[in-house]
Design a protein. Structure first.
Length: 93
């Protein structure tokens, strides 16, 4: 897996929050089947945010089949619920 951990934009999700489409580096990607899903917690001990301020909110990860005009592979996407930001964690060709 090539690790990027970069913010993505234009994320569209289904009614239960699974990513369907996103934009990264000016390229549109579409998600196919979800291969895996897991939840982690934020490193609250490394941040100035206390648990009472939402430091314990989860990060939701999806491993999906992904395709774009350049090809297809697998993508790991993550939603940080504390900041409501999406990131492309990595790609597997």
């Amino acid at each position: 897996m090539r690790v990027y951990n970069e913010r993505i934009t234009g994320v569209e999700t289904d009614r239960i929050g699974r990513p369907l489409r996103w934009t990264w580096r000016r390229r549109v990607y579409r998600a196919g089947p979800v291969l895996d899903y897991w939840v982690t917690t934020r490193d609250w001990w490394r941040e100035e945010v206390s648990l009472a301020d939402g430091g314990s909110q989860p990060i939701r990860h999806w491993l999906v089949e992904a395709s774009s005009a350049a090809g297809s592979g697998q993508a790991e996407l993550a939603l940080d619920e504390a900041s409501m930001t999406w990131r492309l964690i990595g790609l597997v060709d």
